[in-house]
Design a protein around this ligand. Structure first.
Ligand code: GSH
Length: 145
């Protein structure tokens, strides 16, 4: 048994396999589909400003806006319909990405992209994608140097 910051008891299952120097924590980035990108951009820009996050990237053609402090970590993406969110979790290495993918599928998730490089996002970007039981898009990613 361990205790988190809010003093709620939580159970720790086994050894963590996160990187020793993992600075970004568990979440690499989050994607939120929005049906009115301009309106949501304003809402998020206003709400996130007091937290120190601002628009760091936007591409009207692709319909995306990225918020963050040092790098974009919260992405709004234009969507024609309401749909699930996208959460990308930090993985230690390719083995962890592969295990995440296999275990998620075995547990009932559906394939949304097998483990492999995604150089279109960034050099050294290696990831796998699944949809959870409610259609949320879950990713494990390692940024290889
Ligand atoms: N099937 C794709 C999934 C890629 C994906 O989901 N990418 C994330 C961003 S890292 C996303 O939300 N993309 C927007 C979309 O697919 O509409 C793959 O395997 O590469």
């Amino acid at each position: 048994m361990a205790v988190c910051r809010e003093n709620r008891p939580v159970t720790v299952y086994g050894e963590a396999t996160v990187k020793d120097d993992q600075e970004d924590g568990m979440i690499d980035h989050v994607g939120i589909p929005v049906t009115d990108l301009a309106a949501s951009r304003e809402l998020y820009a206003t709400a996130l400003a007091p937290l120190g996050y601002k628009v760091l990237y936007e591409n009207e053609e692709y319909g995306i806006v990225g918020f963050g402090a040092q790098r974009p970590q919260l992405w709004l993406s234009r969507s024609s319909r309401k749909m699930g969110v996208h959460v990308a979790l930090v993985a230690k290495d390719r083995v962890a990405v592969g295990s995440f993918y296999e275990q998620a599928l075995a547990a009932g998730a559906t394939d949304n992209g097998p483990p492999g490089p995604r150089e279109q996002y960034a050099p050294g970007y290696y990831a796998a994608f699944v949809h959870d039981l409610d259609g949320n898009n879950l990713e494990a990613v390692v940024h290889e140097q």
